[in-house]
Design a binder for this molecule. Structure first.
Ligand code: MIC
Ligand code: SF4
Length: 775
């Protein structure tokens, strides 16, 4: 069997109006029919007006109408999400787990999107064909397993998960989870949409509740109106600068105010999308006219009508927005009229520099100011509006006799956007500017970018409109400095080829030697002629998939059936070694790199060979070089860990702040687990990663006293002294036996509740399901 691709077609062929099918209409009707009553119940138990976030959370309680008020930042609550979305790189592991759950069909509407495995090299058509042949085994697996279990399948070329979800599935007031940290994008259409690991997705698809600690609430009041060079992206770039990469941890961010209403729906999506970069559980906006316009434009007037009927429930209560300090845990106010375009980076998305300050910051930090490449697109910024506004700048290249100084590329977010922008002439405009149009996929954003010359590892600067800019992420070159900006600013900087070019004040010299100024970008929020596509790339699942076979070849290097992890032996872990003490930032990209490693996302043993190879060893400052205590020699992290495993020596990984920041990929938890690491001990965790570790039966621990990080020495032996009495809200203790024989005991905290301790004991949550101990 082969997977057919969504073939790019020319707009002059007869158009098929493919946007008329509304997914999940019955489910949405059911959600809305109970919404008002559940909001009322929530108002009664909390005894106060409600934020939108609370309305959505309380209307999605597993147990039905709210009976008690949940304590923010404290209570673990069971929720019933309305739907699940998965992308190809994470769906493999999620569905390999789902296969083990013994269910016939998914319990809630679910979809798989093939977007991460397509490498950007020469251009969309060729790249898609190449990806299809390289990844055929994986695409076939995903296609057939989706077919079997009732999961909607979006073929390679259909687009990036979050754009496709926004166009087809997101609805105001809904709750969804997705196996990708940028699932939060759907907040732009008024959802509470949360990124999770595959094991969490599996639970919900298997008909079980989904547990989340009731989040704290950050309110962001937007006043004024965007103008000139500013765009929605600049709002979140500014917020990232204020809150930093961990300022949103444990929180849902709710935007409101007249400024919020003035933003387009896809602009709101951009803001919510990058909420992942501040560690927020998710972000959301109240239902408004921009969302209604978007629903109608994407062929869902029925959903707009349904939402209009309960409009007052799909936004926060008036009293809340009038006195936000009373109802949110933290309030931030941003005046859109005064906002400046920002550039965030390099290496971290929260290093925010307004464009007017870039000259001095670049000089101070010795950042190369020549921009080599500008890239627009990704799930963050590939809406019609984004492309239209960027195209308005590309048009000026020709009109003003300019010659772009940097390379420039576009990755459209979906086939629907691509088809529509081609029809409306934008692709031609970009082509005239010399741009490359890549396939509708993640591409360079996830390191699937065959960038010519990257292997030389030269220090260089690129600017993109994506969301993440961790070291090595885009092209595998640790010396590429990536700056995140709006698509408009990215385009302007690619034209100028200069990071310090401020389009508001500066001029460019054109081919005739004249000084010219770029006019501020303009563009329609939505296509006046409507969206269209010949083949959006959707494959519906079989009504009855019981006869569909899912094959995983035993000698496959891409896919491997999962073997259960072993359960806890009930003993204290003793004689443990420190595999690595990671220094500084240790994101999921450092723990389980993407790029070329994406091909092994369905094969745990093979992908385990990249475990922690990007992390910096505190003791020697090197990457992928740790001391093997069995031999005294330094070697690669995965090799050393495999040696410990073979010798039956338990190990732990030590880390710094916000460990596991970034992606939802549970590989970052499963790989160390598979290789025999027993505990991860850090100063603090990113939310999704902490849950992933718990789910996989790992110990996720934090130093009670952060300074104890310094006490861990390279040759230490570590003994747990009270793991046998592991209990909720009770710190554990570790005895450090130093090389000189001295000993000291440190306290470590954990956030396991009683159920999660059972996961640990069973060797992972899936083992409980396998044993039929969870229904
Ligand atoms: C990312 O942006 O890092 C990814 C790739 O989309 C990840 C998912 C993954 O690791 O597969 C994410 O954001 O969760
Ligand atoms: Fe894809 Fe990049 Fe979006 Fe992740 S952030 S889903 S890699 S486009």
């Amino acid at each position: 069997m082969t997977v057919e691709i969504a073939v790019h077609s020319r707009p002059n062929k007869k158009l098929l109006i493919t946007m008329s099918k509304v997914f999940d209409l019955d489910m949405i009707k059911a959600v809305y029919s109970r919404f008002p009553q559940r909001v009322e119940a929530a108002r009664n138990v909390t005894g106060k007006p409600l934020t939108l976030t609370e309305k959505i959370l309380y209307t999605h309680l597993w147990s039905g109408d709210a009976k008690t008020a949940s304590e923010r930042g404290k209570s673990y609550v069971d929720f019933a999400p309305d739907r699940v979305a998965m992308q190809d790189a994470t769906a493999q592991m999620a569905l390999l787990q789902f296969m083990q759950a013994g269910r016939k069909k998914v319990a809630v509407p679910s979809t798989v999107h093939c977007d991460h495995l397509i490498q950007a090299r020469v251009g969309s058509t060729q790249d898609l064909t190449d990806a299809l042949s390289k990844n055929n085994e994986v695409f076939n697996f995903l296609s057939s397993i989706s077919n079997k279990y009732g999961i909607g399948f979006w073929k390679p070329g259909a687009g990036i998960i979050h754009q496709v979800v926004l166009e087809n599935y997101a609805f105001p007031g809904g709750m969804m989870i997705g196996t990708d940290s940028h699932t939060v994008n759907a907040g732009g259409l008024g959802m509470v949409a949360i990124g999770v690991g595959g094991a969490d997705a599996m639970d919900v698809m298997a008909g079980m509740a989904w547990e989340l600690k009731f989040p704290k609430l950050i309110g962001i009041k937007l006043t004024g109106k965007l103008n000139g060079w500013c765009s929605a992206k600049d709002v979140i770039l500014k917020v990232a600068g204020i809150l930093t990469v961990k300022g949103g941890t444990g929180c849902i961010v709710e935007y409101f105010g007249e400024g919020a209403q003035s933003l387009s729906c896809t602009g709101k999506g951009t803001i919510c999308n990058m909420g992942a970069e501040i560690g927020a559980t998710t972000s959301t906006f109240g239902y408004d006219d921009s969302m209604e316009r978007y629903l109608r434009s994407t062929g869902r007037p029925e959903v707009a009508d349904l939402a209009n009927a309960i409009r007052e429930h799909l936004t926060g209560d008036t009293e809340v927005y009038a006195n936000p300090e009373k109802y949110f845990d933290q309030v931030i106010e941003i005046n859109l009229s005064e906002l400046e375009p920002h550039l965030n980076g390099p290496f971290t998305p929260d290093l925010a520099t307004p464009i007017s300050k870039m000259k001095e910051e670049a000089a101070k930090n010795n950042w190369p100011t020549k921009v080599e490449v500008g890239l627009i697109g990704s799930c963050t910024n590939s809406s019609y509006e984004d492309i239209a506004r960027s195209a308005s700048l590309a048009k000026q290249v020709i009109a003003k006799n300019l010659k772009p100084k940097a390379e420039f590329s576009i990755t459209p977010g979906s086939e629907v956007v691509r088809y529509t922008i081609e029809r409306d002439g934008f692709i031609d405009t970009f082509n005239e500017m010399g741009a490359t149009v890549y396939a509708n996929a993640c591409g360079p954003c996830i390191g699937m970018w065959a960038r010519v010359g990257a292997e030389k590892k030269e220090k260089n600067t690129i600017v993109h409109s994506f969301n993440r800019n961790f070291q090595s992420r885009n092209d595998g070159n640790p010396n590429t400095l990536a700056f995140v900006a709006s698509p408009e600013l990215t385009t302007a900087l690619a034209i100028a080829g200069d990071l310090t070019f401020n389009p508001i004040t500066d001029t460019l010299v054109n081919e005739k030697g004249e000084q010219v100024k770029l006019d501020p970008p303009t563009g329609d929020e939505l296509p006046t002629k409507g969206f269209d596509a010949k083949d959006p790339g959707y494959q519906a699942p079989a009504e009855d998939g019981s006869a569909v076979e899912v094959n995983v070849a035993s000698d496959s290097e891409r896919l491997q059936l999962l073997a259960p992890f072993s359960d806890w032996d009930g003993q204290n872990i003793t004689g443990a070694r420190v595999l690595i003490k990671a220094k500084g930032k240790c994101t999921t990209d450092h723990i389980s790199m993407a790029g070329q490693w994406l091909r092994f996302r369905g094969h745990l043993d093979n992908i385990a060979n990249n475990t922690l190879i990007g992390a910096t060893n505190f003791f020697n400052g090197a990457q992928n070089s740790v001391k093997n205590q069995l031999t005294g020699a330094y070697d690669e992290v995965p090799k050393v860990q495999r040696a410990y495993k073979a010798a039956g020596v338990p190990t732990l990984v030590v880390g710094d702040q916000n460990y596991g920041e970034g992606s939802s990929r549970e590989h970052a938890a499963m790989q160390p687990r598979h290789l025999g690491v027993r505990a991860i001990l850090v100063k603090s965790f990113a939310r999704i990663h902490e849950t992933n570790l718990k789910k996989q039966g790992m110990l996720a621990l934090t130093f009670s006293n952060e300074a104890d990080y310094d006490k861990i020495q390279e040759n230490d032996m570590v003994n747990f002294t009270d793991l046998v009495s592991f209990a909720p809200e009770k710190p554990l203790h570790l005895e450090l036996v130093h090389e000189d024989g001295s000993k000291e005991t440190i306290a470590v905290n954990h956030t396991y509740n009683a159920q999660q301790i059972e996961w640990f004991k069973a060797g992972g949550a899936l083992n409980l399901i396998r044993k039929g101990l969870v229904q």
